[in-house]
Design a binder for this molecule. Structure first.
Ligand code: SF4
Length: 487
């Protein structure tokens, strides 16, 4: 993904943004339509552009466009043109400046061995460095996407498609879950730390690979298993072949997928995202409970954690804030008047339930704090006598370099303020975040093992599980001193 500046428009809900979702299927007559449905289920992982490449045994067919999956793939003519029984697809998030047609994935290139398409979820941390060196050696880049370096390194390698892909991936650092299409095969790969998700499913005898199980559910596919960290599967007419071609590393799945990014109805690494969120909410209640009349989620993402908090604390759960689901950035041009409305476009206080109540608001994260502040004001204006906020993640202090669009760390409220200062800025009577040990307890661990943490938690701890070569080369890395090298 390219790293574009974070939007400041009024439709920005001040959340970290998952940057991509991917899908692939081989051997099904409706491959193009199924890919579109799968991408629709993954829409939460990227709303700004989508693309599908299909192969019909002779030719590749592609459709890539800015906008939502439903808007671009709802037309039967588009689906009918995606001929063939093999397809891969991609949804991406990007700010408007970064949404240029040539960055929309899957990327496609013609090689000696034929056409090759590539869809990437994650972010490479040495892509700029590799890109400079490739350009010096004559590569001509078409996009600003980090993913394109993989294609150019494949072009410089020898052998068949799988050998070239392995050679390219052996040179990259960072996070990648990939689905690739090469004529009669699809290849799916997860980076050696398994930072981003990737699951394997089966539909009517056809293999499916995708970011989350919710994309299997929508097409009626059975979940088979998660790809392992560092695993590559090659799927063709002869079946599926699995290999582990990379140097093994300690697995570090992104813990934020459980807190916020993944859909709550997905099961990731054998753990229900919904149940994990409820357990995190319960742990939050044990850690920082207080007397109150109501537990109110900041919808929608705060709902499961708020339910867990309410069940654990015995305080009634209620929908004190109602979310409008029909606010789309695509359709309303932000005018000054709309900017002024800000958060009210998406959220409204449910006055009847809040007046005269001591309220605990539960949300999953605080990024810049802009939305939290407005929601607190709204709840106070609705007549709440006390407003407390409980957050189901530890303070987000550091940027993510693994495929999540985060503001510069200087813009993260928690990077410069302690919890008391954040409470004052947001305007709450009290504020508490789940502790990092509490988060690990909710995920079934005794706490965070500082020598071998089970997850990537770098945006909370600053301990990045890979080198950040591009940042180091730029020499402006505020987190360099806290890099954690996993041998
Ligand atoms: S830095 Fe945070 S958001 Fe990024 S992969 Fe790690 S845990 Fe996930």
């Amino acid at each position: 993904m390219d790293r574009s500046p974070v939007t400041t428009d009024p439709f920005d809900d001040d959340k970290l943004k998952e940057e991509c979702g991917i899908f692939g299927i081989l051997g099904h007559k409706d491959a193009g339509a199924l890919a579109a449905l799968g991408l629709h289920a993954l829409q939460h992982r990227g709303q700004e552009a989508a693309g599908i490449i299909a192969f019909d045994g002779r030719q590749f067919h592609t459709h890539r466009a800015v906008g939502l999956v439903g808007d671009n793939f709802g037309d039967q003519k588009v689906i009918a043109a995606l001929k063939g029984d093999t397809a891969i697809g991609h949804v991406r998030y990007s700010t408007s400046g970064g949404t240029i047609m040539r960055n929309i994935q899957p990327l496609f290139a013609e090689f000696e061995f034929g056409g090759f398409g590539l869809a990437h979820n994650g972010n490479l941390t040495n892509a700029e460095t590799l890109r400079r060196s490739l350009i010096k050696r004559g590569s001509i880049f078409q996009s600003t996407s980090d993913t394109e370096v993989i294609v150019h390194m494949m072009a410089q390698a020898q052998g068949d498609v799988t050998t070239r892909l392995i050679a390219a991936l052996n040179q990259v650092e960072g996070a990648y879950s990939l689905t690739c299409i090469a004529k009669d095969k699809i290849i799916a790969v997860r980076d050696p730390r398994g930072v981003r998700p990737l699951v394997l499913g089966k539909l009517d005898g056809s293999w499916v690979v995708t970011s989350e199980t919710c994309a299997l559910d929508i097409i009626g596919a059975d979940y088979v298993r998660d790809l392992e960290a560092g695993e590559m599967v090659v799927i063709d007419r002869n079946g599926i072949r699995s290999m582990k071609p990379f140097r093994p590393e300690v697995k570090r799945f992104c813990v934020f997928e459980y807190i916020y990014f993944a859909r709550p109805d997905s099961v990731t690494e054998g753990i229900s995202v919904y149940e994990a969120r409820k357990r995190i909410g319960a742990e939050l209640s044990r850690e920082s409970g207080l007397p109150a009349d109501l537990v109110v989620p900041v919808p929608d993402s705060g709902v499961p954690a708020a339910l867990g908090y309410a069940q654990e604390s015995g305080i009634p759960f209620d929908l004190g804030i109602i979310r409008n689901h029909y606010v789309g950035r695509t359709f309303i041009e932000p005018s000054d008047q709309i900017r002024h409305l800000g958060v009210k476009l998406k959220h409204n206080a449910n006055r009847a339930g809040l007046a005269g109540k001591r309220v605990i608001l539960v949300d999953d994260s605080i990024v810049r704090g802009t939305t939290s502040k407005k929601i607190v004001e709204m709840v106070r204006q609705a007549g709440a006598t006390e407003v407390h906020m409980r957050i189901s993640s530890p303070p987000t202090k550091h940027s993510c370099f693994y495929g999540i669009d985060t503001p510069e760390s200087s813009q993260l409220l928690a990077s410069k303020n302690d919890v008391a200062a954040m409470a004052r800025i947001i305007g709450v009577d009290s504020l508490a975040f789940i502790s990092i040990d509490g988060l690990y307890r909710a995920m079934g661990e005794p706490g965070r093992d500082p020598k071998a943490p089970r997850f990537c938690d770098a945006c909370f701890t600053g301990e990045y599980p890979t080198r950040l070569t591009d940042i180091e080369e730029r020499g402006d890395n505020p987190v360099q001193a806290s890099l954690l090298e996993i041998a």
